[in-house]
Design a protein around this ligand. Structure first.
Ligand SMILES: Nc1nc2c(ncn2[C@@H]2O[C@H](COP(=O)(O)OP(=O)(O)OP(=O)(O)O)[C@@H](O)[C@H]2O)c(=O)[nH]1
Ligand SMILES: [Mg+2]
Length: 451
């Protein structure tokens, strides 16, 4: 009977992406825990981690179940590990994850109508690295052109300290170098080291993205790829690398968009805009640039210049400004507006804004690590109470205010990004974690499907 129901039930695939450390794992872990524990909040409307999720507010939601048996042959999102680290006595943030993983949940709800009917919607949450999306512009380029652009970027003031070893290695090679796997391995390794440093600083234009997040392709020859200067392009090495570049497009980038991205029905993009602000102008500028390059892919496959790749099915696209518990309450609306304005800056062809029903921006804290407080002294100010990772204990902190201009006036930005430890959450195992806008985000993504 379950097998028949499985066939009949509606299925929604939700992509969860964002650059490394943007909050994908915490989001999926917190959302699944909140759904599984939703009965704890059944009688308390407007409260709990899923407040503002329509089906709960309307008392239509019944229960959620994790389905370990569906896609049992594919890597599963480490739900239990994430829960155990956050909900243990001494809670801690979950470990970084790599590559793609999924979590399937069945959501039971009472459908509206003349008589009460119990229905099920299956959601599949897919965690995949935003670094893979960054490869999209490579599809339109030839190896020589890509090399030229990528090396110019590597020489920029901010990136140059990390790329100098790579240029040093190039200096040791002759422009008529033969193709040799030993050399491609050394080049790709050095290029990867450089990309890792740039990514750790928060820079986002890191290609090829799979070198940072290889997942199942780790150690495969197709990833022995790095850019070469113009004088190498006609050499054996240059021709071999150009072939590898085409192979990378054919075997890595295209299959990702065709077989995976094209199957997503909804998409949430996690944006750690606070960290970007903290890191300053070069990091902000790169984020804007990369968004400009990849945004057309989200144009729901209609008039997208990339619709030939797959034609995406994505009908709802949410940009979430994560870690919203790092700013004071009054600044959370500013946080959303910052992302709105950044997207407006990028979306000059109005691809997104012409479809406002289907696209949204929200500030989000999937697991809230701070509390909102006011100072005792006059004039009273909003501040945060929490435990920064580099302090012995919890206390009150003023993170400063968010800039209101877009692009920000960098000379007057005063915002301090403190990394907070999660609070001890003994009730989380049965009630989920405290959150900001988690239910609202879920409502935007699937609220209308549970009516
Ligand atoms: N205060 C707070 N911190 C958060 C929140 N979400 C994520 N973080 C912080 O951001 C870090 C990264 O979060 P993850 O969810 O692991 O990020 P990710 O996108 O899965 O990162 P990768 O697995 O490296 O790709 C966490 O270890 C926390 O320090 C949140 O809602 N509130
Ligand atoms: Mg992760």
């Amino acid at each position: 009977m379950e097998a028949i129901n499985d066939l009949l039930n509606k299925k929604i695939t939700i992509g969860v992406t964002g650059l490394s450390r943007s909050g994908k794992t915490v989001f999926i872990g917190a959302l699944a825990q909140a759904l599984v524990c939703s009965d704890a909040w059944g009688q308390k409307r407007g409260l709990g981690p899923l407040a503002q999720f329509g089906p709960i507010e309307r008392s239509q939601f019944r229960a959620a179940r994790i389905r370990d048996d569906v896609h049992a042959h594919l890597p599963q999102f480490p739900f239990r590990k994430v829960r155990d680290s956050l909900a243990s006595k001494k809670s801690s943030w979950p470990e970084p994850t790599e590559g793609i993983s999924r979590l399937v949940l069945d959501l039971d709800y009472w459908a509206q109508g003349w008589f009460k009917r119990l229905r099920t919607v299956r959601i599949e949450l897919i965690d995949y690295p935003g670094e893979w999306l960054v490869d999209l512009p490579m599809l339109d380029q030839k190896y020589a052109e890509w090399s030229e652009k990528t090396l110019a970027l590597a020489k920029s003031e901010i990136r140059e300290p990390w790329s100098s070893d790579y240029f040093q290695l190039l200096n040791e090679l002759s422009p008529d170098q033969k193709f040799d796997e030993e050399i491609t391995i050394r080049l790709a390794d050095k290029w990867t080291d450089y990309l890792q440093c740039a990514a750790a600083f928060g820079l986002s234009r890191n290609q090829p993205g799979r070198l940072l997040r290889p997942d199942s392709l780790r150690n495969s020859p197709v990833l022995r790829l790095a850019p070469l200067p113009a004088e190498f392009i006609e050499s054996g090495l240059g021709k071999g690398m150009a072939n590898r570049f085409e192979e990378y497009k054919k075997k890595v980038i295209r299959p990702f968009f065709k077989d995976h991205f094209s199957n997503l029905d909804r998409q949430i993009v996690m944006l750690d805009i606070l960290r970007v602000l903290q890191q300053g102008k070069p990091v902000f500028d790169e984020l804007v640039e990369i968004f400009r390059e990849i945004l057309p892919i989200f144009n729901y496959g209609k008039k997208s210049i990339f619709s030939w790749i797959a034609g995406t099915k994505i009908t709802r696209l949410l940009f979430a400004a994560t870690k919203a518990d790092h700013v004071t309450r009054g600044d959370r609306t500013n946080l959303e507006q910052m992302v709105q304005r950044m997207l407006a800056l990028v979306d000059d062809r109005n691809l997104l804004r012409s479809q406002t029903e289907n696209y949204g921006v929200m500030s989000l804290a999937s697991v809230r690590a701070t509390e909102d407080r006011m100072t005792i002294d006059h004039p009273k100010r909003e501040i945060l109470y929490g435990h920064p990772a580099d302090q012995d204990q919890a206390g009150q902190w003023d993170p400063g205010g968010l800039p209101l201009d877009m692009p920000p006036d960098w000379s007057s930005v005063f915002f301090q990004f403190l990394k907070f430890e999660p609070q001890a959450m003994p009730e989380a195992i049965s009630q989920g974690y405290p959150a900001i806008n988690l239910g609202k985000a879920l409502d935007f993504l699937i609220g209308d499907d549970l009516k």
